[in-house]
Ligand binder design. Structure first.
Ligand SMILES: NC(=O)C1=CN([C@@H]2O[C@H](COP(=O)(O)OP(=O)(O)OC[C@H]3O[C@@H](n4cnc5c(N)ncnc54)[C@H](OP(=O)(O)O)[C@@H]3O)[C@@H](O)[C@H]2O)C=CC1
Ligand SMILES: O=C1OC[C@@H](O)[C@H](O)[C@H]1O
Length: 391
């Protein structure tokens, strides 16, 4: 009996190890190949970015990305805690820092900052982006830019008034693989009806913990404040499905056919309006799906020609692992577009700098966040939970 138990455990361990290697190995190989070449100087007219909040995402989206570009530099950082600001600045060779209660305002008053990165929690985006615009700074604003359409309108108004840019950090849009997907859906496949599917399922330890506590009967009642933050976390991921779908398909509007928001998941069915055609789309985001611990993909299926399809795997972080599969006439071809290994964040900084230098109009399609938030509002309203509002 013991022997069989031992063999079964060994077998289970081997299966877990084999599947871990199967999933992790391509990622390790890819990370290995990402050239970590940091530039050793900056252009004279490099864009000078100041960072509000010494956060994890500020490191990935701005500090590390700027380290690999000559045309962007980080000139200052601000954190609510003085020591945190100082440590962050020292760790990353940032020449100036501000800490304490007035830190963010002090940074906004600096003359050696052309633009600021607002990577604060989403419900604080509007307040600090308006403050940055008032201080004469362009803004690279973390996604989702705003909580709802009302906030979007306020930002658009302030952009028009100040003639400054608010560029949403929709980083997934700027990787060559995403742009290829968009090119294929727009140019080669705009032949009538098609069906899209966008998915982002990623297990979230916090969501799982809440579920286990509930099952064990040891959870505290969920307060309105808890629910607000849970919904913001849902929006953080749900945003990718809606934005990638609308941006890559060139949709100009969408009608909500079905929508459902649970505590840690959202799904919807849409009818997309494109300039010359319509399409159906299903979207799915989950933070609690044990059977789908990780998937991040967008696909198009031809309705007239059932054998034709297009699928981009891992559109969120394609610098680590992605694949674009094109199926046509019974043949599948795959592409991977790593370029020189640049991350989505590096590409994004390039586009941000370019849009400031070219003085593109504030409603430039490339960086527009209007349609996405309008459709998100509609979906949340249709689900019965209502759109997100600041408390
Ligand atoms: N592009 C991407 O891959 C990702 C994007 N995001 C987006 O980035 C934004 C930030 O999200 P996330 O990193 O989870 O946020 P965090 O909770 O980590 O907050 C980010 C920073 O905001 C500052 N902050 C200022 N006021 C507050 C406050 N009242 N409560 C908490 N923090 C505050 C803190 O900086 P300090 O204390 O130093 O001043 C903190 O480090 C969101 O819009 C999210 O959607 C998030 C993760 C990944
Ligand atoms: O933007 C994001 O992308 C990756 C996720 O892990 C994270 O929750 C989200 O903020």
């Amino acid at each position: 009996m013991r022997f069989y138990f031992f063999v079964s455990c060994l077998g289970a361990a081997a299966a877990v190890l084999a599947s871990a290697v199967w999933w992790v190995w391509p990622v390790i190989l890819r990370l290995w190949r990402i050239p970590q070449v940091l530039v050793d100087g900056k252009d004279k007219d490099a864009l000078r970015i100041g960072i509000l909040g010494a956060s994890f995402i500020a490191r990935a989206a701005v500090v590390h990305a700027a380290d690999k570009r000559r045309d962007v530099l980080v000139s200052a950082v601000a954190a609510r805690d003085w020591t945190k600001a100082e440590t962050f600045a020292k760790q990353h060779g940032i020449p100036a820092f501000h800490g304490g209660a007035t830190a963010y305002l002090d940074l906004l008053a600096r003359e050696d900052v052309d633009a600021v990165y607002v990577g604060l929690p989403t419900h604080l985006h509007l307040e600090w982006t308006l403050a940055a615009l008032r201080a004469g700074k362009h803004v690279l604003l973390e996604k989702p830019a705003v909580l709802n359409m009302e906030e979007a309108k306020q930002l658009i108004g302030a952009m028009a008034e100040t003639k400054l840019q608010v560029f949403e950090a929709a980083h997934h849009r700027y990787h060559p693989a995403a742009r290829r997907f968009k090119q294929l859906t727009l140019k080669e496949r705009d032949v009538g009806l098609s069906d899209f599917e966008a998915r982002f399922s990623m297990l979230d330890p916090k969501a799982l913990l809440s579920i286990f506590k509930e099952l064990l009967g040891i959870s505290k009642p969920v307060t309105q404040e808890d629910r607000f933050h849970e919904r913001i976390k849902n929006l953080d991921r749900w945003y990718y499905c809606v934005d990638m779908l609308l941006w890559s398909t060139g949709a100009i509007d969408a009608e909500v056919i079905f929508a459902k928001e649970d505590r840690f998941s959202i799904s919807a069915t849409l009818k997309l309006q494109r300039s010359a055609s319509t399409a159906t789309a299903t979207l799915y985001m989950a933070r609690d799906n044990l059977w789908e611990p990780f998937s991040w993909s967008i696909a198009e299926h031809g309705l007239a020609d059932k054998a034709s399809s297009l699928q981009l795997h891992n559109f969120g972080f394609p610098f680590v692992w992605h694949r674009l599969d094109v199926a046509s006439a019974g043949k599948i071809t795959s592409e991977q577009l790593y370029g020189a290994g640049e991350t989505t964040f590096e590409h994004q900084l390039g586009f941000f700098r370019q849009s400031i230098r070219n003085q593109e109009p504030p409603d430039a399609k490339e960086s527009s966040f209007l349609l996405t938030i309008q459709i998100i509002d509609r979906i949340l309203e249709a689900s019965g939970s209502g759109m997100l509002k600041t408390r």
